[in-house]
Design a protein around this ligand. Structure first.
Ligand SMILES: Cc1cc2nc3c(=O)[nH]c(=O)nc-3n(C[C@H](O)[C@H](O)[C@H](O)COP(=O)(O)OP(=O)(O)OC[C@H]3O[C@@H](n4cnc5c(N)ncnc54)[C@H](O)[C@@H]3O)c2cc1C
Length: 374
């Protein structure tokens, strides 16, 4: 065990080591989970010191797993790993001109609080990403996105610790290989620990993106109430907060991990064939004659809005979100059962496979395919 291997390290450097740590309250899906060891990191030196004591051959050390806000993970009932929790705090200005400000944000900063802070400072760009749960260090992992903006639009660099080589590296945005809900970090799980993200934000209060859904209409109401005609980034942010609060269940009230299924991408030919039978099918054109289909619509049409297998059900207003009705008791297996049922119903009706979005964590901290075949 790490704590047995590194007892002096723990004392000398103030690392917090606990055995049989309960993570049921540390994941927004509120799945029951006990982990062998949890190490909370409040500065980068602690990580250096911890990794110095971590055996190079990994013979006796548990595998490592990085956990931040737990809003995009499905944890196992027993996690035989050392869970590293980056909690470093701080927001620092690196450079500032009339047009932009460069900031570095430490991994443990709450993402939504960061968005509120930047907009209050007159630093714009992140406002469309308001109310996404989690911590800043996790945001590059799946290149978080919402309402037409993706994290990569504002990232300058990422400072991360490469766990296998025990080295710190500064990665440019290009190095991060961002894609749609994807990045280098996502493709190489448990390889990197992101400690800091650098952003370039602009100061032009007239530059806004409000073309998605009802955003412009709701934002316009705020501006009108304050006697303005020109929309500001703060109006857009407030509109997005309101829309999200109406649309998405609050994990603290009803545990969930946001969108559970990815929107499947099918060929134009398959889409056209489906459209003949289902004229209301929702699809968005993609490159190479492909079409992205709204997974929520498919689930709803399969008769599963509010459906599932107890205690995991789709949300009754947003079928794409799976909710846990037995917080801290339900397990990964319950999620797998509901996922299989929903995916099978959708496949039977539309011949489309649904893929999961949140990160499935196995008992040995490996990521991906579950033992339940989903
Ligand atoms: C209600 C709700 C709404 C959501 N809406 C959106 C949305 O609109 N858009 C969107 O993109 N996502 C959305 N999400 C998903 C989720 O909030 C994001 O993916 C978020 O960035 C996860 O952050 P976290 O701190 O909770 O990460 P965690 O769940 O703790 O971790 C997620 C993954 O990142 C890895 N990781 C975490 N921290 C680090 C780090 N510092 N270094 C390296 N790897 C790390 C973990 O190992 C894990 O693989 C939503 C989730 C919920 C519950």
């Amino acid at each position: 065990m790490i704590s047995a291997l590194c007892p002096t390290l723990s004392v000398q450097h103030g690392l917090s080591h606990k055995l049989s740590h309960d993570l049921s309250h540390a994941n927004t899906m509120a799945l029951a989970c006990m982990a062998d060891t949890v190490v909370t990191l409040t500065n980068e030196t602690q990580l250096d010191n911890f990794m110095t004591g971590y055996l190079a051959d990994n013979d006796e050390c548990k595998p490592l797993f990085v956990l931040s806000g737990g809003s995009n993970v499905l944890l196992p009932i027993k996690l035989h790993a050392t869970v590293l929790c980056p909690q470093m705090r701080g927001i620092h200005i690196i450079a500032q001109t009339q047009d932009y400000v460069d900031i570095e944000v430490m991994a443990g900063e709450n993402w939504h609080d960061l968005v509120l802070h930047t907009v209050a400072q007159g630093w714009y760009g992140l406002e469309n990403l308001a109310l996404i749960p989690g911590l800043t260090g996790a945001a590059p992992v799946q290149n978080i996105g919402a309402y037409g903006v993706q994290l990569e639009d504002y990232v300058q660099h990422v400072r991360a610790y490469h766990l296998p080589s025990k080295t710190w590296q500064q990665l440019s945005a290009a190095d991060c290989q961002f894609g749609y809900r994807d990045s280098l970090f996502k493709r190489a799980p448990n390889t990197w620990l992101i400690s800091c993200v650098g952003f370039r934000l602009h100061t032009d209060a007239t530059r806004i993106l409000a073309s998605y859904g009802d955003v412009r209409t709701v934002a316009q109401n705020y501006a009108t109430q304050q006697g303005r005609t020109q929309l500001t980034p703060a109006d857009v942010m407030q509109a997005i907060i309101d829309i999200r609060q109406q649309k998405l269940p609050d994990p603290q009230q009803l545990p969930n991990c946001g969108s559970f299924f990815q929107n499947p991408i099918i060929s134009q030919a398959q889409f056209s064939a489906l459209q003949a039978n289902y004229p209301d099918i929702v699809g968005y054109p993609m490159p190479d004659s492909m079409v992205k289909v709204a997974a929520g619509w498919l689930i709803e049409q399969a008769g599963l809005k509010g459906g599932g297998i107890a205690p995991i059900f789709t949300h009754n207003q947003q079928a794409l979100v799976l909710t846990n009705h037995s917080p801290y008791l339900a397990t990964q297996e319950d999620v797998a059962n509901a996922q299989s049922h929903i995916a099978a119903c959708v496949h039977d009706k539309f011949a489309i496979n649904l893929a999961r979005e949140p990160v499935w964590v196995n008992a040995d901290a490996t990521i991906g395919q579950s033992k339940y075949g989903v």
